[in-house]
Design a protein around this ligand. Structure first.
Ligand SMILES: C[S@@+](CC[C@H](N)C(=O)[O-])C[C@H]1O[C@@H](n2cnc3c(N)ncnc32)[C@H](O)[C@@H]1O
Length: 347
């Protein structure tokens, strides 16, 4: 791919890019070109996309997407009672956030654990340049079998909202297991995009629910499943984690609830989805279903309208799953297990 070395780390977006994989330090010719190439975003249909491993991840990385991710982040924190994690973490030394996005999670956890060293990785350099001294961001592809870090070295590995990012999220869990210290934890937070309603107010053909089904179909066509949240607990257990726990939260799709807290969460989630539906559909429906930009725009008109219908009491689910690596764990071999469908076939 475009970047000559993996692990382009940077403290700021200015001249301080260094190459962790090189023996020396400082800005070299190759790291300069690495830096330039990761910032040369791919442009398509008026949006920008990551250039490192271009095409791997489907959603944009422009300002609208950054704003959307930041709002989504606030929803998750609110749902989780302002907690940054649920695992019983005490005095961690090293923490890794895979697919960190705008880097909010590493920055906030760095303030909570000021003696810990926090690393956030992503394909896109969209993190802020003003960060706590114990945080570093690295451009890296979690699809690589080798994450170029030491085995058994992280107290905590975290992932959040990576649905639709990977062919097989079980491989991410399997790799993370190797890098977590014995006794350390992994935690994942995922939106489950199926639309639910408990009181019969959602018609079977409600455009938002139909849109979510269409997105699911497109994602499956592209081999990037989005319905991973409800499988995480089983996948953690299958990959060696123990004491695996799961919490499931409901998030309203519009401000339909009466309770002010849930009304506010519904309003924020509605905003996130309204902003996201163009980017999500453009990527998934264009590439997964072969639709044109115009066809997608036309399809989204009733979907956007339906999002504003408060008489439909619809919601989606958020799964939070965490597990511990046993003290006596043996790491799996460094070879990918053959990709394939989840053998249990649970939808
Ligand atoms: C929906 S965003 C979530 C960001 C962040 N975790 C959050 O909760 O706000 C998904 C992120 O995963 C990153 N990503 C996708 N595929 C990746 C890969 N193969 N390696 C590293 N990061 C990846 C994307 O660039 C994007 O920033």
């Amino acid at each position: 791919m475009a970047v000559p070395q993996r692990h382009v780390s940077y403290d700021t977006y200015a001249e301080s890019v260094t190459d962790d994989s090189a023996s020396g330090s400082g800005t070299t010719g190759s790291t300069k070109s690495a830096r330039e190439s990761v910032f040369q975003f791919v442009r398509e249909n008026g949006r920008t996309y990551h250039s490192y491993q271009a095409g791997t991840y489907l959603l944009p990385n422009d300002q609208s997407e950054i704003d959307r991710l930041d709002l989504q982040y606030e929803i998750l924190r609110n749902l989780m009672g302002n907690a940054l994690f649920k695992a019983p973490i005490h005095n961690p030394h090293k923490i890794l956030d895979i697919g960190t996005g705008t880097g909010k999670w590493p920055i906030e956890i760095a303030n909570q654990f000021e003696y810990a060293e926090i690393t956030g990785t992503d394909l896109s350099p969209i993190q802020p340049d003003s960060i706590p001294p114990n945080v570093k961001f690295v451009i890296d592809d979690a699809n690589e079998e080798d994450w170029m870090i030491n085995e058994n070295s992280y107290d905590f590995i975290h992932t959040q909202m990576l649905l639709g990012s990977f062919d097989d999220f079980r491989q991410i869990i399997r790799r993370a297991f190797r890098y977590v210290k014995p006794g350390g934890y992994m935690e994942s937070v995922e939106l489950y995009p199926t639309v639910y309603c408990d009181d019969g107010t959602m018609p079977p053909d409600w455009p938002v629910a139909a849109w979510a089904r269409m997105q699911d179909q497109a994602a499956m066509n592209m081999g990037k499943p989005v319905r991973i949240g409800n499988k995480l607990k089983r996948w953690y257990e299958q990959n060696g984690f123990v004491d695996v726990r799961e919490e499931v939260y409901k998030v309203p799709l519009s401000p339909w609830p009466r309770d002010p807290k849930w009304k506010m969460l519904g309003k924020f989630h509605q905003e996130v989805m309204l902003e996201g539906c163009a980017g999500i559909s453009m990527a998934f429906f264009h590439r997964g279903l072969g639709w044109t930009q115009e066809e997608i725009e036309v399809y989204l008109v009733p979907v956007r309208k339906a999002f504003h219908n408060r008489s439909v009491h619809a919601y989606q689910k958020i799964y939070v799953v965490w597990g511990r690596k046993p003290e006596d764990a043996v790491n799996p071999p460094r070879r990918p297990t053959p990709p394939g469908p989840d053998p249990t076939g649970i939808p």
